[in-house]
Write a new protein. Structure first.
Length: 158
């Protein structure tokens, strides 16, 4: 099989994985908006699986590039080395891959921003609780506030 055809298949694999990650990232955004921590945790675990799949594709790509004697070449440089129809097919797939990467970055940025906003809300809530006068005391096991007006005198004479 021609090496450029194999390279095209690798680009297609990248596109398929990115499509799945984009869907997952959009689901994460919905889950964050719903404050569903358990579902978010599951989505993050699923995301790790896709990241491992991407690493596998990277290994295949690096191996192929080595076989092609194009180890240090960028995608664009490899595509420009192809001929005729292969070049056009690689170029169009590469453009799709770039769009998917941009779409993933936008979705990821949205999720990150949403998480940061939720963390800011939590910080504000915690700071308002800490400034509340009732939160300055340690309560006893019955949930009653200690009486600070009592004095404790302990003799130091033995």
């Amino acid at each position: 099989m021609d090496q450029f055809v194999q390279f095209k298949k690798i680009i297609t694999e990248y596109i398929k994985i990115l499509d799945q990650i984009i869907i997952l990232e959009n689901n994460k955004l919905k889950t964050i908006a719903e404050n569903d921590v358990n579902s978010l945790d599951k989505l993050i675990k699923d995301e790790q699986v896709y990241i491992l799949k991407l690493k596998g594709i990277d290994i295949k790509r690096e191996k192929l590039q080595k076989e092609m004697n194009m180890e240090d070449f960028s995608f664009s440089e490899i595509i420009s080395a192809a001929d005729g129809d292969e070049k056009q097919l690689l170029k169009s797939d590469y453009e799709v891959l770039l769009r998917k990467a941009e779409e993933l970055k936008a979705a990821s940025d949205n999720s990150k921003l949403s998480i940061e906003l939720n963390l800011h809300k939590i910080d504000l809530l915690l700071s308002s609780l800490n400034s509340n006068a009732d939160c300055q005391y340690v309560y006893d096991k019955n949930g009653t506030k200690p009486n600070l007006n009592t004095s404790h005198f302990a003799s130091k004479k033995v």
